[in-house]
Design a protein around this ligand. Structure first.
Ligand SMILES: N[C@@H](CCC(=O)N[C@@H](CS)C(=O)NCC(=O)O)C(=O)O
Length: 191
C-alpha cells in the first residue's frame, strides 16, 4: 500500500485518519498549515487548503470524512451508522467551533460572546457537548468505532491546546479515559 497522509500531529481531523491507518504501511508528512510557504506547497495538492490530505497511488483525497469513507471501505472496516454520523457531526461542530475561536484568538480578535461570529460558537459548543453527553450516557460510545475515535481526537486535542475543559461532561471524559491505553490511541497522541 503506497499511502501518504499530509497533516499535523495534534490535528484532530488528521489523527482520525492516522488512527484508522494504524497497523498498515503509510507515510506521514508533517505540514504546518499556518506557515505561508508550506501552505503554498500543499495547496498544490488540495484546493480547500485544509488537512488531512491522503494520497493513494493516483488518487488524491481531501476532507477527513471522504478519506475515512475511502479507508473504511478499503480496509474492510465497519462504516458508521446514521446515528453514528450524527455523533460525528456533533463532534465536528465542537471541533470546528474551537478552531474558529483558536484562530480568532491567534488573530488577536475579540472572541467574546458580543461578536456574532464567536457568539455562535460559544452557543454551539455547550449545546453539542450536552447532547453528546446524553448520547454517551445512553451507550453511544461503548465501542471503539470511528465515531468514538472522533470524540477522543476532539477531547485530547482541545486539552493538549488548552482550549477547553470538559469537566461538565464526565461521561465524555470517561469514554476518552476508557480507551486511553489502546495502542491506536497511544500511538497517535498529540505532541
Ligand atoms: N472538514 C475538514 C476540516 C479539516 C480542518 O479544519 N483541518 C484544519 C487542521 S485541524 C485545517 O487544515 N485548517 C486550516 C484552515 O482552516 O485554513 C475535514 O474533515 O478534513
Amino acid at each position: 500500500m503506497s499511502i501518504t497522509v499530509y497533516g499535523s500531529k495534534p490535528s484532530p481531523y488528521v489523527r482520525r485518519i492516522r488512527m484508522l491507518l494504524q497497523g498498515t504501511d503509510f507515510k506521514f508528512e508533517v505540514v504546518n498549515v499556518y506557515d505561508d510557504k508550506t501552505r503554498a506547497e500543499f495547496a498544490k495538492l488540495t484546493p480547500i487548503r485544509k488537512l488531512p490530505i491522503l494520497i493513494d497511488g493516483d488518487k488524491t483525497i481531501f476532507d477527513s470524512h471522504v478519506i475515512a469513507n475511502y479507508l473504511l471501505e478499503k480496509l474492510d472496516l465497519p462504516k458508521p451508522t446514521l446515528d453514528q454520523h450524527n455523533l460525528i457531526s456533533a463532534v465536528d461542530s465542537v471541533t470546528d467551533a474551537l478552531i474558529i475561536l483558536f484562530l480568532g484568538n491567534n488573530s488577536k480578535l475579540e472572541t467574546s460572546k458580543d461578536v456574532l461570529m464567536f457568539k455562535l460558537q460559544h452557543e454551539r459548543i455547550p449545546d453539542s457537548l450536552a447532547w453528546l453527553e446524553t448520547q454517551a450516557k445512553d451507550g453511544a460510545f461503548e465501542e471503539l468505532n470511528y465515531a468514538t475515535l472522533c470524540l477522543i481526537t476532539l477531547i485530547d486535542w482541545a486539552e493538549f491546546r488548552k482550549l477547553y475543559s470538559f469537566d461538565k461532561y464526565p461521561t465524555l471524559l470517561s469514554v476518552r479515559d476508557r480507551f486511553a491505553s489502546e495502542p491506536v490511541v497511544t500511538a497517535t497522541a498529540p505532541e
